[in-house]
Every structure is written in C-alpha cells, then in structure tokens.
Write a protein that binds this ligand. Structure first.
Ligand SMILES: Nc1ncnc2c1ncn2[C@@H]1O[C@H](COP(=O)(O)OP(=O)(O)O)[C@@H](O)[C@H]1O
Ligand SMILES: [Mg+2]
Length: 373
C-alpha cells in the first residue's frame, strides 16, 4: 500500500469507526515538533534500533513522554511496513497493546509516535542492559505472560478483521511503569479476511521464534503467533535465549532443551537461576507446559491464544492436569512411533531421542533463505 492510499484507507476507517467507543485519538505530528521533543534525534535519546530504524525517547511540550520510531531508509518495503503499522495500531485499543500516539510523514521522513514505556522491553530485562538488576521477580513474570497473552488473544479473536502479529518476541513485549506487558511492533502484522484460516505470504519474523510451517511454506495463521508465544514463555521461565549456541556448529532450540526436562518432571532445572528458587512451583510448571504445547511442530496441536490465557491463569484445574498428561509429555518412546510421517513429526521425535535437531535445519534454512531482522 502506498502512503497515499494508506491515507485514503485511514479516512475510510475514520468514517466507519466514527462514534465507536474504542476509536483512537492519534494525531499527525509535525517534523518540527518531533525534532524539538527528541533534541533533534540526539544519540543520547536513542532507546534502541530495529530493522525499521531507530527509536528515540522524547518529551512533548505538555510534558508527556514519547517514543519515536524513525524510518531508516524510505524504500517501498519500509513504506509499506510503516503504513501497516500505523493502520493496524490506529485500529486497536487494548491495555496490553502499545498505543499509538500518532505519525509524521514529511519529505523523506516517516515517523511513528508511541507512548514511552519506562521499563523498556522484556528483552532488555532477560538478556540485555537491565538483566543484571534482576527486576523480573516471579510475580512480574507471570503477569507479563498473562498480559501479553491477553493482548495477542485480543488481536486474534476480537479485532476485526483478525490480526496475526507475525513478530512476537521478547523485544516486542514492552513494559510500562508497573511492569505490565504491552505487545508492540505491528509492522509485520497481517490482516486475516473474514472466513480465511490462513494466508500464504513471504516469510517475515525473527529467527528462533518462527513456526516450522511458516518458516518453510510461508503459511501464516494465528497458530504461528502461538508458536512464537510459546518460545517467549519458555524464555520467561528459564531466562535462556530462544536458540542457544552449544558450539560454533551446534545450536539448541529452547523447546528442545526444555521438553526432555519437563517429561522427567525436572522443572526446577528449567527455572531461571536468577530467580534464586523464588517462584511458585505450580505456576512455573504451568508456564513451561503451556510454552511447550504452544511450540509443537503440528499447528493443529497448538492451543488457541484464548485457551493459552485460561491455562496460564489456571482457570480450570482439570485443563491444566489434562495438559500434563498430554502424549507429548510421556516418557515412552511410543510418543514417536505413534506419529504419522513427515518433517514436522520428526522434529519432535528426534529432539528427544537422538538430539538431532530438525528445527535447527529449519532455522538454518530460514537463515539462508529468509529475511531476518
Ligand atoms: N514505546 C517504547 N518505549 C520504550 N522503548 C521502546 C519503545 N518502542 C521501542 N523501544 C525500544 O527500542 C528498541 C527497538 O525497537 P524496534 O525498532 O521495534 O526493534 P526490535 O523490536 O526489533 O528490537 C526495542 O527493543 C525497545 O527496547
Ligand atoms: Mg520492536
């Protein structure tokens, strides 16, 4: 979509949404206003950098704090992502989704303005600049898991048309002043027309979080987000990265590391050592089990995000215990032989029995053939 057609769209949307309770109040910012808010995009104001460009902290004349995402180069692709992000974010409103304050398009400049999230991203606390401070106690981790699940469930089940995020990862879960999760970065989002189960598309996303059917065949559906979210849950529970480099040639996906431990009930070995044993055992177990069912290679075996929310909250004891008795958590080797043939199945089996990691092949395929940010 060109920038011009995006604005046509926006007008239509504005009209159709007129009077709706959740209509957003984003506005167009002038470049001058954003220059003065960010001290002319000063290096000291820089919060981070992604595939799209740099993100700067800023303060508006009313005193409110903002984060400004500034597009790096104005290519057709970048402009399309910019338009999608503004369009998608402008339409959704939920306490666990990052709100859009507005946008700016002047000359070659394309900027998106968000609420500033003072506790930055989940990534910065798990693996980045804030990881040494150990601010993610167990209570915060559980509320981040449930909050971000709620935000994604809203995109999948309540937004019209339904939205697949396509880039769920730790750097896209931002944390507000109370450490509540806000899912961000909708530039990769895909709108699903009513009645469609999936869309086939060029693969976009981040290595380590890509569902196998999406990485290999470009089949994007809600369950691809469920897979990525499962990786995120395992990351949150263990403090490990989605893919660990065991040696220069050997990598291990977090789900392949956690599954054998979960099958043997060794949950305390999965828990992030930074927690120093300070966690609620039942909740840790739930987080890990849900993370693992979400990362099953067969998309039809993964739960929906609504089910994930219920499971994480532990709403039904029966559902949680039936999760525990799922065949994927049985120790018997029959788990493998029961499955039908296909690459998807072998990824589960081989990770348990031989340590050979088919997902790794998928990932390296992704690495060579797919654009990765
Ligand atoms: N609204 C915001 N508030 C605070 N920090 C933000 C905000 N948006 C983005 N950031 C920071 O900027 C970084 C870069 O963001 P982004 O361009 O989305 O790339 P990525 O998500 O791939 O890291 C994020 O990792 C985050 O630390
Ligand atoms: Mg991001």
């Amino acid at each position: 979509m060109s920038f011009r057609s995006f604005f046509c769209c926006r007008t239509i949307l504005d009209r159709s949404e007129h009077g709706r309770k959740n209509a957003t109040n984003w506005r167009v910012f002038s470049l001058k206003e954003l220059h003065s808010a960010t001290n002319s995009f000063n290096y000291d104001n820089k919060l981070g950098e992604g595939g799209f460009g740099s993100v700067y902290w800023g303060q508006l004349s009313d005193g409110s704090q903002i984060a400004v995402k500034r597009l790096k180069v104005l290519s057709n692709k970048a402009e399309q992502e910019f338009s999608i992000e503004v369009e998608v974010l402008g339409k959704v409103k939920h306490k666990n989704l990052l709100s859009l304050r507005g946008s700016c398009a002047e000359g070659q400049e394309r900027l998106i303005v968000y609420d500033y999230m003072p506790n930055l991203s989940l990534l910065s606390h798990l693996h980045g600049t804030h990881s040494a401070e150990c601010l993610l106690n167990w209570g915060r981790r559980m509320s981040i898991a449930i909050g971000s699940a709620n935000g994604i469930a809203y995109l999948h089940h309540h937004a019209t048309p339904h939205i697949i995020h396509r880039d769920i990862k730790a750097s896209n879960v931002l944390l507000d002043s109370d450490f509540q999760a806000r899912v961000a970065d909708f530039g990769f989002a895909k709108l699903i027309p009513d009645g469609a189960t999936h869309v086939t598309t060029k693969v976009k996303g981040t290595l380590g979080y890509l569902a196998p059917e999406y990485a290999m065949f470009g089949k994007a559906s809600e369950s691809c987000d469920v897979y990525s979210f499962g990786v995120l849950l395992l990351e949150l529970a263990s403090g490990k990265r989605p893919i660990e480099n065991l040696s220069p040639t050997q990598k291990l996906a977090i789900s392949d590391w956690a599954l054998p431990l979960a099958r043997e009930g060794r949950f305390s070995e999965i828990a992030d050592p930074k927690l120093n044993g300070n966690y609620v055992e039942e909740e840790l177990k739930r987080l890990v089990l849900v993370g693992l069912v979400c990362t099953q290679s067969k998309p039809e075996r993964r739960p929906t995000m609504l089910e994930v929310v219920g499971l994480l909250k532990g709403e039904s004891k029966e559902k949680v215990s039936s999760l525990e008795s799922d065949e994927m958590f049985r120790l018997e080797p029959t788990v493998c032989s029961q499955k039908t043939s296909g690459l998807d199945d072998s990824s589960d089996c081989m990770s348990k029995d031989t340590g050979v990691d088919v997902k790794q092949e998928i990932d390296s395929l992704a690495e060579t053939a797919l654009p990765v940010r």
